[in-house]
Design a protein around this ligand. Structure first.
Ligand code: PMP
Length: 292
């Protein structure tokens, strides 16, 4: 996989897909990106991902030198060039090449690259047995510093939290915001189910507007007739929830059965979670922008 990479308008071999050491994406994490998936020859929620990419770019005053539709075409062409049907797509736009100062005005042109690769999923037992997580001490970025709604290349906040989690032997971390409310995980959104109400933190509390999060809220409302709320909650609410799960493009929906050595519900993946996993699988396999 990933034999051909789209780089600034050209499809080049993986070995030749190189960017300058003066690119501000590399020097300062100045840029935005998306992680997108293709299932069964269709790109899941491609337009929603592109909308988020362009919103992230707008928020950091980064001009993307392609129109949204051209970006869609470039993404589909890269998939076709790699003969991909099921893939993980990494679409990156950096500030581009500049000098060693921070000033983005010195970077005349954004760098764009699209990598098509295979997805590395969590081991399958995580989906059947569920995850046991820990709350970490690294707080999620404040909305008035680097707003977590911006899917930027600056992931050090998440990486520091991930290091804490892996040190404790957990694959993901529950991150709190500066006020101590649950924000999200390092690469996933978080949901709890309590008294048949599905709750996820609002974006203003420090969560990315996850594409999977949106799809799950929609499925829960329309297919499962559940009440869905965006609301702030604490780890106490997670400890005492009936069910908990994470959502993300790579992870899809993954059950959480424990937090900070407290069992969630009966310690097994919840019924509603398992139903949502099934519904989500059907959605990913039956919708999306066709590649061919
Ligand atoms: N939060 C963070 C910090 C993430 O990096 C991701 C992965 N993109 C998510 C949540 C989940 O978002 P999505 O469902 O769009 O992949």
């Amino acid at each position: 996989m990933s034999n051909l990479v789209y780089l600034n308008g050209k499809l080049v071999k993986k070995e030749d897909a190189k960017i300058s050491v003066f690119d501000h994406g590399l020097l300062y994490g100045d840029g935005v990106f998306e992680g997108i998936r293709a299932y069964n020859g269709r790109v899941f929620k491609l337009r929603e991902h592109l909308d988020r990419l362009y919103n992230s770019a707008r928020a950091i005053t980064l001009t993307i030198p392609l129109k949204k539709q051209e970006m869609e075409i470039a993404t589909l062409e890269t998939l076709r060039a790699n003969k991909s049907k099921d893939a993980y797509i990494r679409l990156v736009v950096t500030r581009g090449v500049g000098d060693l100062g921070l000033d983005p005005r010195k970077c005349p042109k954004a760098t764009i690259f699209i990598i098509v690769d295979k997805i590395t999923l969590y081991p399958s037992e995580f989906y059947t047995k569920g995850l046991e997580l820990f709350t970490v001490s690294t707080r999620r970025n404040m909305v008035n510093s680097i707003n977590p709604c911006i899917k930027s290349l600056n992931y050090l906040n998440n990486i520091l939290a991930k290091i804490e989690a892996t040190t404790m032997g957990a694959p993901e971390a529950i991150m709190l915001n500066k006020d101590g409310y649950v924000a999200e995980c390092t690469g996933d959104n978080v949901f709890i189910l309590k008294h048949n109400i599905l709750i996820t933190p609002p974006t203003w509390a420090g969560a990315l507007q996850g594409i999977t999060r949106e799809a799950v809220m929609d499925l829960a409302r329309t297919h499962m007739k559940l009440l869905v709320k965006e609301d702030i909650f604490t780890v106490y609410d997670v400890y005492t929830a009936d069910e908990c799960f994470l959502t993300g493009t790579a992870a899809e929906i993954i059950p959480v059965v424990g937090l900070d050595n407290r069992k969630i519900g009966n310690g097994n993946p919840g019924k509603i979670t398992l139903k949502l996993i099934k519904e989500f699988r059907e959605l990913t396999r039956s919708t999306g922008v066709p590649i061919y």
